[in-house]
Design a protein around this ligand. Structure first.
Ligand SMILES: Cc1cc2nc3c(=O)[nH]c(=O)nc-3n(C[C@H](O)[C@H](O)[C@H](O)COP(=O)(O)OP(=O)(O)OC[C@H]3O[C@@H](n4cnc5c(N)ncnc54)[C@H](O)[C@@H]3O)c2cc1C
Length: 287
């Protein structure tokens, strides 16, 4: 409960929101979908700034990038036709992975990025596509997903800066992809996430982006796995080798849900199957 909350603002522009943030210093918080902030117990917060009326819910393309507004709800990302085809539909698939439609309607892209937990769905997909975060504050900044996601220093970002949009290079538009989650039940947090994108040139794989999430504290690219795929005419042995490489030497999170060994096993199987499914898609074989 926010016991000291006294004021609620609905700015209609980014500069207006930033001015309110500055006025309250660290006593104001930005709220988007409210699915995390609504459950926060932070006695310091005296003002909330709802950023959902500032025109930041959009999906656009310019000559170089796909541009996704920070307050776009996950349900919109999952259902928009353009995103169901861009880069094999990776962004739409990750957004659809959240099983509750009510939550998908509330959760925003920006909130899912600022609050990136090990089981968050959007960060692995954004890492796979080398997305860039656009931050607006005293100075405007562009930060690669790899530097931004899971970094504690950005978790309170809303107190001084606003994430306004995410950009993804259009060069990735034609890549194929697969996003897969393993969890105990549909609504339980992910135990393993595989997010992969492949590009083929006839029979040969000419580009690979492999991201593993859920099993470690933060999702990350797996360059060793990518090396096992690029330049090869892919088959089952390559997917097995790449999945083993992705899991080699990683620091697995174990908790009451499952042991380290079990997590490693399911993550390897998930990664192998996801790579195979992605390659079949890349080769035009019906899924
Ligand atoms: C029951 C439940 C189950 C969930 N399961 C999953 C799951 O399986 N997978 C998954 O990925 N997520 C899941 N989530 C959602 C996730 O944990 C976060 O709650 C959600 O991503 C936050 O998004 P939001 O738009 O509601 O952000 P808010 O709650 O509005 O904000 C969260 C934080 O981000 C800051 N913030 C938000 N937007 C911006 C911005 N544009 N610029 C600067 N700061 C900003 C806020 O100040 C706040 O600190 C679940 C949530 C709940 C309640």
């Amino acid at each position: 409960m926010l016991r000291n909350l006294k004021e609620f603002y609905y700015p209609t522009t980014v500069p207006e929101a930033l001015a309110i943030l500055e006025r309250f210093d660290s006593k104001a918080a930005v709220v988007a979908g409210g699915t995390t902030l609504g459950r926060t117990d932070d006695a310091k917060i005296e003002a909330m700034i709802d950023i959902t009326r500032m025109g930041l819910s959009f999906i656009k393309e310019d000559k170089v990038s796909l541009r996704l507004g920070a307050t776009t709800p996950l349900q919109t990302l999952a259902k928009t036709r353009k995103l169901q085809s861009f880069a094999g539909g990776l962004i739409a698939s990750a957004a659809a992975a959240q099983p509750s439609k009510q939550l998908r309607n509330a959760m925003t892209l920006g909130g899912s990025i600022v609050i990136s937990t090990p089981w968050s769905d959007m960060p692995p997909a954004l890492l796979t596509l080398d997305a860039q975060m656009i931050l607006v504050g005293k100075i405007d900044r562009v930060i690669p997903a790899e530097e931004f996601l899971f970094e504690p220093k950005y978790r309170l970002l809303g107190r001084s800066e606003i994430l306004t949009e995410v950009r993804i290079s259009r060069e990735l538009a034609g890549w194929r992809s697969q996003y897969a989650v393993f969890s105990r039940t549909r609504t339980d947090p992910a135990m393993a996430i595989a997010s992969v994108a492949l590009r083929d040139d006839g029979d040969t794989c000419v580009g690979a982006r492999v991201v593993l999430g859920g099993i470690t504290r933060k999702a990350s690219r797996c360059p060793a796995a990518e090396k096992k795929l690029v330049g090869k005419k892919l088959g089952p042995s390559h997917f097995t080798a790449a999945a083993k490489a992705a899991l080699a030497g990683i620091d697995v999170v174990a908790d009451w849900r499952a042991s380290r060994e079990y997590r490693l096993h399911v993550a390897e199987v998930l990664m192998r199957r996801t790579l195979a499914a992605c390659w079949e898609q890349a080769k035009g074989v019906a899924r």
